[in-house]
Design a protein. Structure first.
Length: 63
């Protein structure tokens, strides 16, 4: 039995498309960390959330 198929399977799993749900979860985690660190105030929340979401989405889907 050959082990050549195992790395390909792993590679296929790592190259799954990034879903909108995953992008939202990552964005949420980053925003929570910013809030915990005191680097995000309620006044700038909407603007900052949108910027973080855009960056995460563009980074995750970059080719």
């Amino acid at each position: 039995m050959s082990n050549e198929s195992a790395p390909q399977t792993l590679l296929e799993r790592l190259n799954k498309p990034v879903t909108d749900e995953l992008v939202m979860k990552i964005t949420k985690e980053v925003v929570v960390k910013f809030i915990e660190a005191g680097r995000l105030s309620p006044v700038k929340f909407e603007e900052t959330f949108e910027e973080i979401h855009r960056v995460v989405k563009n980074t995750a889907r970059a080719e």
